[in-house]
Design a protein around this ligand. Structure first.
Ligand code: F6R
Length: 254
C-alpha cells in the first residue's frame, strides 16, 4: 500500500489528479475506472484544468464508471451520466463513444450488468480504478455485506447511503432511488491499480475501519488491502482516526 496524507481536500485532489494524469501518460490507450460524488469534484476540476492548459490529452482514454442509479435516464440531472458530463467529459477531449456507465434505465438490468462486464473485458480491463468511500464503507455502491467476488449487478442502497446522497434529491433520502447498478468488489479488484481518495472529518471513522479493521465483506473498502497495487490519498481530517502505526508508513505532504 502507498498511503499519502495531504494537508487538506484541495491538495489531496491535486495529488490524485496528478496520479491520474501520470497513469494516462504511461499508456497508449489508457482505460480509467471513474467514480462520482463530492470527493471527485475537485479531482475532475483539476483534470479539466490540466487539459485546458494543454498538458493532458484524453483523446485515447476509455472510461468505465462504477455505478448508476436505477430508474434515472442519462438526461436526468441527478444521474451519474449527467454528473460525468457536467464535471469532466464536457471539459476534455474524451471521445464520448469510449465513455461507459451502466444504464440504470435499461429494461433488462441483469442483461445490462452482464454486458457491462463484457465491455470492460473487451477493453482489456481497467488500468486505474478511482474510488471514493461511502459512510457504509462502500466502494462503488457495494453495500455491506458485499462478497469480494461480486460482479456488476443491481443492489439495494442502504438507508445511510440514501441519506449521504440526499442533497441531490431535495434533501429527502426517500427520494433517492432505492436501487443502483454497481461494479462488484470483484470487478473493482480486477483493475490493475486502485486509487482511493477520502477527505473531510466525516470520513475519518470509516477510513480507519477500512484500513485497520478486519478485511471483511461488511466493509467493502477493506477489500482493497487484498490488491497488490493500490494507493490511498487522504487529507489530515480523514486520516485523523488512523493509528500511529499506520501513520508511520504514510507519506505526508503537509
Ligand atoms: C460514486 C461511488 C461512491 C462514492 C462514495 C463517496 O460513484 O462509487 O462509492 O465514491 O459514496 O461519495 P462522496 O465523495 O460524495 O462522499
Amino acid at each position: 500500500m502507498k498511503l499519502i496524507i495531504e494537508n487538506d481536500a484541495g491538495t489531496a485532489a491535486t495529488a490524485a489528479a496528478q496520479l491520474i494524469a501520470e497513469e494516462i501518460g504511461t499508456h497508449d490507450t489508457p482505460v480509467l475506472g471513474l467514480a462520482t460524488g463530492r470527493t471527485m469534484e475537485g479531482i475532475y476540476a483539476r483534470l479539466a484544468q490540466a487539459h485546458e492548459q494543454g498538458t493532458l490529452d484524453f483523446s485515447c482514454v476509455t472510461s468505465f464508471n462504477l455505478d448508476e442509479y436505477v430508474g434515472l435516464s442519462a438526461e436526468d440531472p441527478r444521474s451519474y451520466h449527467y454528473y460525468m458530463q457536467d464535471h469532466l467529459f464536457r471539459f476534455v477531449n474524451i471521445d464520448l463513444h469510449r465513455t461507459h456507465l451502466p444504464d440504470g434505465a435499461a429494461t433488462d438490468l441483469d442483461a445490462e450488468c452482464a454486458a457491462y462486464e463484457a465491455q470492460i473485458a473487451r477493453s482489456g480491463g481497467i488500468d486505474l480504478q478511482l474510488l471514493g468511500i461511502g459512510d457504509t464503507g462502500h466502494i462503488g455502491f457495494n453495500e455491506p455485506p458485499s462478497s469480494f467476488d461480486t460482479r456488476t449487478r443491481c443492489v439495494e442502497l442502504d438507508e445511510a447511503t440514501r441519506e449521504q446522497n440526499a442533497a441531490m434529491f431535495g434533501g429527502d433520502p426517500n427520494a433517492v432511488p432505492h436501487e443502483a447498478l454497481t461494479m462488484g468488489v470483484g470487478t473493482i479488484l480486477d483493475a490493475r491499480r486502485l486509487l482511493l481518495v477520502a477527505t473531510g472529518p466525516a470520513k475519518a471513522g470509516i477510513v480507519a475501519k477500512a484500513l485497520e479493521g478486519p478485511i471483511t465483506p461488511e466493509v467493502s473498502a477493506s477489500a482493497i488491502r487484498l490488491h497488490k497495487n493500490y494507493v490511498i490519498i487522504l487529507d489530515e481530517a480523514s486520516a485523523a482516526e488512523l493509528s500511529p502505526a499506520t501513520l508511520a508508513h504514510a507519506q505526508r505532504n503537509a
